[in-house]
Design a protein around this ligand. Structure first.
Ligand code: 5AD
Ligand code: SF4
Length: 488
């Protein structure tokens, strides 16, 4: 039973979320979708929004879109919860601990809302696609005003109208991914580096992963729309573009016109952006044409995030990853042969159901062999409605933690060795910010994504400078500017 206070426009449904629509994805235009709400600014102008985003880059990009929409109605962002007229918590569902953090934050709004009853509180993002989460939220936290999902962001003006003009509380979470919306407003968080969505959703259905349910089926933006957006960014002086998708290598498959990720990457590289990156790659779709394009263009960074998830073929099969250990290692060899200076990074899950010590040793030996420059290690977390949750032989928490530590230590040793080798050499570094620990330093990244700190001030931010590395820590390097010359 749901509390009466909430009007249910649409409720999430895990089954619907995973089904591919019969009809081709619709292409919609944000402006024409929302033309009825032009008058909303008279209600919203000057109001403040507190927005908190959890999780991956797809959510960060959604945050930029939502802030862009709110700005068109004259709303401003505030870092202070107390000042907010609107709160939006943009959630992540990939692991249970991500959800726990969100519940912690929701609780903190109870007394704020009591003191300021006009404050509207919304929950959006991946957690809202989970029916049990929505039920729990509306029953446990009645001070929440509305919930919407990842497919509903372009309808934010409708939600604002309902909340601020009609005074409604509601749930409106559409589960099926039927459309691609263009011309979305955007308030980009950085002046010199930008993330550009090239596709949404994922069709891979790895057996542990909730993403195909929360982000829907794969749908690509048209090549022309992506290229036009990138062209605009180059014109506005952006230095780095990262093409974004759950599985960028599958880009274009649904367009059925021969467009591939390799062809898109090449088109964007030709626009002359200084640094071009892309995340995330799936090994199954990573072909030789793509390796050739990366090798051919100097402005495509030689850094590839290529999640392996496990080094054991038996576990990879249970994970439904569609490659085996040998296939992955052979792909790594082809990449390293054609792109000798490449840096590879990866995601690995430890403690997947039935993972034995022998399987785990296969993972350690694969990590030794590949020598990742960055490794994101995760403890397996059962997710609702995923096949792995009901698999036999769930691994004991103690063993999971112990494997997590062993893998982290190995990766740390490899990364430390790589960092030491960089001392004395010179690298181009794109300076991003004042260093967090010492404000007489600035920090940025090399082409292969190593973090470098160098003496400097805010005038360096957004510039590529030549830096000689003078010393190394495990996860960062200290350097000196070679000639004070920026390299833009
Ligand atoms: N448990 C632990 N890690 C997970 N990931 C995805 N689903 C789970 C899960 N249920 C990890 C994968 C993926 C990364 C983004 O999160 O390694 O690549
Ligand atoms: Fe999840 Fe697998 Fe898709 Fe990545 S490829 S988002 S791990 S289902």
């Amino acid at each position: 039973m749901l509390p009466k206070k909430f009007h249910i426009y649409s409720f999430p449904d895990f089954k619907k979320a995973r089904v591919k629509p019969d009809t081709p994805f619709k292409r919609e235009d944000y402006i024409s979708l929302n033309e009825n709400y032009a008058n909303l600014s008279s209600v919203l102008r000057g109001k403040k929004v507190y927005m908190r985003t959890y999780g991956c880059q797809a959510n960060v990009r959604d945050e930029e879109t939502m802030l862009g929409i709110l700005k068109t109605f004259g709303m401003k962002r505030t870092p202070n919860k107390e000042d907010a007229d609107l709160v939006i918590l943009n959630t992540c569902a990939v692991r249970e601990n991500a959800e726990e953090k969100v519940y912690g934050e929701i609780g903190s709004f109870k007394s704020l809302k009591k003191n300021k009853p006009t404050m509207k509180i919304a929950l959006c993002g991946c957690m809202c696609l989970e029916p049990p989460v929505v039920e729990k939220v509306v029953n446990t936290y009645p001070f929440i005003d509305f919930l919407f999902g990842t497919h509903d962001i372009a309808r934010l003006p409708t939600f604002l109208h309902r909340a601020f003009v009609m005074g409604e509380s509601f749930v409106d979470v559409i589960s099926s991914s039927g459309e691609v919306v263009e011309n979305l407003p955007s308030l980009r968080s950085e002046r010199f580096k930008a993330f550009v969505n090239i596709m949404y959703g994922c069709d891979k259905f790895c057996s542990y992963c909730i993403v195909p349910s929360t982000r829907g089926r794969e749908r690509s933006r048209l090549l022309k729309d992506v290229v036009d957006e990138c062209k605009g960014l180059v014109k506005r002086g952006y230095i780095e573009i990262t093409l974004l998708g759950q599985n960028v290598n599958a880009y274009g498959k649904d367009l059925k016109d021969g467009t591939s990720f390799a062809s898109l990457l090449e088109e964007v590289a030709k626009l002359g952006i200084k640094r071009l990156r892309f995340i995330t790659s799936h090994p199954f779709d990573f072909d030789d044409e793509l390796i050739d394009v990366i090798a051919r263009y100097d402005n495509i960074m030689k850094y590839i995030h290529l999640p392996v998830q496990s080094g054991s073929t038996r576990i990879l099969t249970l994970m439904n990853r569609r490659y085996d250990r040998e296939g992955y290692l052979s792909l790594v060899n082809r990449i390293k042969t054609k792109i000798p200076n490449v840096a590879l990074s990866s995601d690995i899950i430890v403690g997947f159901p039935s993972e034995t010590e022998e399987d785990f040793l296969d993972t350690l030996s694969l990590v030794e062999e590949v020598q990742y420059s960055t490794l994101f290690t995760f403890i397996y977390s059962p997710r609702p409605f995923t096949p792995a949750t009901i698999m036999k032989d769930q691994v004991d928490d103690k063993i999971k933690h112990e494997r997590f530590i062993r893998l982290s230590k190995l990766s740390e040793k490899i990364i430390e060795k790589q960092a030491k080798k960089m001392v004395g050499k010179t690298y181009d570094v794109l300076i991003e910010e004042i260093s967090k620990k010492d404000d007489s330093f600035v920090s940025g990244y090399t082409e292969n994504y190593k973090l470098v700190h160098v003496k400097g001030d805010s005038s360096f931010i957004g510039k590529i400078i030549k830096v000689r590395i003078t010393s190394s820590h495990t996860y960062s390097l200290i350097g000196e500017i070679i000639d004070g010359q920026e390299n833009n």
